[in-house]
Design a protein around this ligand. Structure first.
Ligand SMILES: [Zn+2]
Length: 307
């Protein structure tokens, strides 16, 4: 890895909000505020530049690199995001060129699932792994793989979109337009909705509410999490049988539920995965929590394009 010699400005452009932070040369991340991810692109870029200026001012020393994690597919040069059904207004916007007008120094754009995987690889559960698969389960199901220290890329800046592996024949309509994808079956809004319907409650609730209820022994919340764990375990078995990782980590809001989800993930994985696959892989919980993608934005600009 390059010697940073200065701080990295990190940005995480997610489906609903965009976070900023400073990654100090000694390896600490300071989260420094956020803005809504809201179009049109030109006004978003203006708000982002203000956020960047404020974040850079909070650094202790010079800020010499900019790493940007983006939810969505990137073009081949990794200059712009080209597809995300949640952020259509940002598609094809020349993001890197626009940011270069405002920031003088190396800039890297990285797919958010790769960024989360990079952060876990360098700082968390992926350390020492040769083929590290990282699943981030939140609003969507992001999957990134780090092979010998490098993100696996063969389509749109990433390994494609394995969160949309089909796990249920005749399953529900997914945001991608397909049916029965793992992503739609484990997504946070869907699980919250399932719980709300099971309880017959009128007000909105979140995945966090479901997890809290399950921890308190709520008989409606526990099966919602267990079923999600099963779908996730089946999806993970398919990915493991295909890519042969030596380690798999689970990050994101659903993984925060801990054993309430992970026991059924492990059970379903153990049932569905092949014998050779199982013998040669370790399943773990991610260690970096909610800031993994923002941390990974820093590693994207510190490590990418060395080869
Ligand atoms: Zn899908």
């Amino acid at each position: 890895m390059k010697d940073p010699n200065g701080a990295v400005l990190c940005i995480d452009i997610g489906g609903t909000s965009t976070k900023a932070g400073i990654f100090e040369p000694w390896g600490e991340l300071k989260p420094l505020g956020s803005i809504p991810s809201r179009g049109p692109a030109a006004s978003f870029a203006g708000a982002l530049e203000t956020l960047m200026t404020e974040a850079a001012a909070a650094a202790d020393g010079p800020v010499i690199r900019l790493g940007v994690a983006v939810a969505g597919f990137l073009d081949e040069a990794r200059d712009r995001m080209i597809y995300n059904s949640n952020l259509p207004w940002l598609e094809d916007f020349p993001l890197r060129a626009r940011l270069a007008q405002h920031f003088d120094g190396p800039i890297e754009l990285e797919v958010d699932s790769n960024a989360a995987a990079l952060a876990e690889y360098y700082r968390g559960s992926g350390q020492g792994s040769s083929r590290f698969l990282c699943l981030t389960v939140g609003t969507g199901l992001g999957v990134g793989m780090i092979v010998h220290g490098h993100p696996l890329r063969f389509a749109y800046g990433c390994m494609g979109d394995p969160g949309h592996v089909i796990v249920q024949p005749n399953g529900p309509l997914c945001t991608c337009g397909g049916h029965g994808c793992a992503e739609i079956l484990v997504s946070a809004p869907r699980l919250a909705e399932e719980y709300r319907r099971a309880k017959g409650i009128a007000e909105e609730c979140s995945l966090r509410d479901v997890i809290e209820a399950a921890r308190g022994g709520d008989k409606a919340a526990i099966p919602v999490l267990e079923h999600a764990g099963e779908w996730l375990g089946i999806a993970t078995a398919s990915l493991a049988n295909t890519f042969y990782p030596d380690r798999i980590a689970f990050a994101g809001g659903l993984a925060e539920a801990g054993d309430l989800v992970m026991h059924s993930v492990e059970r379903a994985f153990d049932y569905a995965a092949g014998t050779f696959t199982k013998k040669n892989v370790q399943l773990e919980r991610a260690r970096l929590g909610a800031l993994s993608t923002l941390t990974g934005a820093a590693y994207a600009v510190l490590t990418n394009r060395e080869d």
